[in-house]
Design a binder for this molecule. Sequence first.
Ligand code: DC
Length: 226
Amino acid sequence: MTAPRTIALDGPAGVGKSTIGKLLADRHHYLFLDTGVLYRAVSLVAVRQGIASADTARLREVARDLDVEILRAEPESEFMYRVSIDGEDVTEILRSPEVEQIVSEVSAHPQVRAELLQRQREIARANPSVLVGRDIGTVVLPDADLKVYLDATLEERTMRRHRERLQQDPMYPYERVLAELQRRDKLDTERASSPLRVPDDALLIDTTGKDVDAVLLAIEARMTGG
Ligand code: DC
């Protein structure tokens, strides 16, 4: 089997898609695009401009006009990449509770998704890429050469996310992370437009109790036809 040119990596919040996708891309010289960043960027602009998460028309305009850049992070950075909007570095704030709070609602609008769809496809067309998200294998790149769906129990995902949160705020409650993930799982899977689904032809990996290397090995085996 020749190496896949496009790799679609989907799964629920907190499953480790970005970690796995970034390592995979670095190891095999792909461009890495965490598509959640685009939805987060629209959400951040909405928060700043006081746009309600139900205001389809204005959110669509934000998505259409979004001047977002995704750049390589400096090697010692705690971030996998840096994101700027209109030239301003927003990497950290894209992970803030304010953005987290509305991003699933913002991304449920078909008009917002349609605006961001072409950008994602253009990136994947221009470069051998690993795209990470919720609907990459089902909608954005239905012809991706390799589709992977990562899953893990809610408890495991909560523990992982909680560990990350504690770095920003040592008092962040576990129960709050649990409630956030439950809420986002519900919104991501139940929305009418491009809900989170396992693509029919995906390699399904349950990452519960598996370390990063084990997951990478399973994907790499498939990349080389194993
Ligand atoms: O992966 P993430 O947590 O950064 O994603 C943030 C939100 O964006 C998530 O709740 C659902 C949405 N999203 C989406 O709808 N489609 C994608 N391809 C990526 C993310």
